[in-house]
Ligand binder design. Structure first.
Ligand SMILES: Nc1ncnc2c1ncn2[C@@H]1O[C@H](COP(=O)(O)OP(=O)(O)OP(=O)(O)O)[C@@H](O)[C@H]1O
Length: 253
């Protein structure tokens, strides 16, 4: 078992993070690191504290204890908007999408952070950083045939992929994804898993995932949560072999 909480080269370091709701310690002294260009996956039974941990890291909830460092910089307690500017993006499944606007318009809005302030009000330049980013994402995410469609006309899988594409538009250093394949068909799940794996060329990924098959095939590093605490951390094979993990998690059937 890899006992190290994090190492100097980690892009994201979570140190003794905690929050209590009334008497309930939803996240209790959790530490781990996310290595550059790796996929780190947080798993655990229902109510283990995964979503709360993500909320603490992404600024949705202010931690009661502990620190979050992004590339060495202390970003604890920053708002989600400031964290995004610092290089941390979180996909909220499909809730960031504008359903009546086209795919291109959605991507253009997400990419506008790359252009100088006010550029969105000037006539569209085809060579602005934002415009070039939109073209790049359309190609990578195979959205070409759909760019003029309103988002509401896309399939669920396409909407989820568009959401991930929009998160990448700001060129984050860390991308947080909460069950990126939830509700997808088998084929869409495979395509999305391949896509997420490909993203590690440019971004460090932090996942919450319930599908154990996907966790084992996709993750470089797994953090197991149980009752708010970090129960174990290591490679997929290490955590699967851990008796405490088996008892608390896999044993639950
Ligand atoms: N805002 C809140 N107020 C009070 N209790 C909360 C709040 N948010 C979460 N909790 C509690 O904290 C614990 C951890 O919840 P959390 O949603 O983080 O777990 P989870 O691992 O994401 O679960 P799931 O897999 O079901 O999504 C649960 O007992 C939950 O009821």
């Amino acid at each position: 078992m890899n006992a190290a909480h994090h190492s100097a080269g980690d892009v994201l370091a979570v140190e003794n993070l905690g929050i209590a709701f009334g008497g309930l310690k939803a996240v209790d002294g959790v530490s781990f690191g996310a290595a550059p260009r790796a996929i780190t996956t947080v798993i655990g039974p229902n109510g283990a504290g995964k979503t709360t941990l993500f909320n603490l890291i992404s600024g949705a909830i202010r931690p009661g204890a502990g620190r979050v460092r992004l590339e060495g910089r202390d970003v604890t307690g920053l708002s989600p908007a400031r964290l995004q500017r610092a290089g941390l993006a979180r996909s909220f499944q499909i809730t960031n999408l504008f359903f009546d606007m086209t795919v291109r318009e959605n991507l253009r809005l997400a990419a506008q952070v790359l252009d100088p302030p006010g550029a969105i009000f000037r006539p569209l330049s085809r060579t602005s950083r934002a415009a070039l980013k939109v073209e790049e994402l359309v190609e990578r995410f195979a959205l070409g045939p759909k760019i003029h469609e309103p988002v509401k006309a896309l399939s669920h899988g396409e909407q989820r992929r568009l959401e991930i594409a929009m998160c990448l538009a700001s060129e984050p250093r860390v991308l947080m994804l909460d069950e990126p394949t939830q509700g997808m068909s088998h084929q869409d799940t495979e395509d999305t898993a391949r896509l997420v794996r490909g993203l590690t060329k440019e971004v460090t990924i932090l996942l919450i995932e319930h599908d154990i098959g996907l966790v084992m095939s996709l993750s470089d590093h797994v953090v197991v949560m149980h009752q708010g605490r970090r129960l174990a951390a290591g490679t997929p094979a290490e955590v699967r072999a851990d008796p405490a993990v088996q008892a608390a998690y896999f044993g639950q059937g």
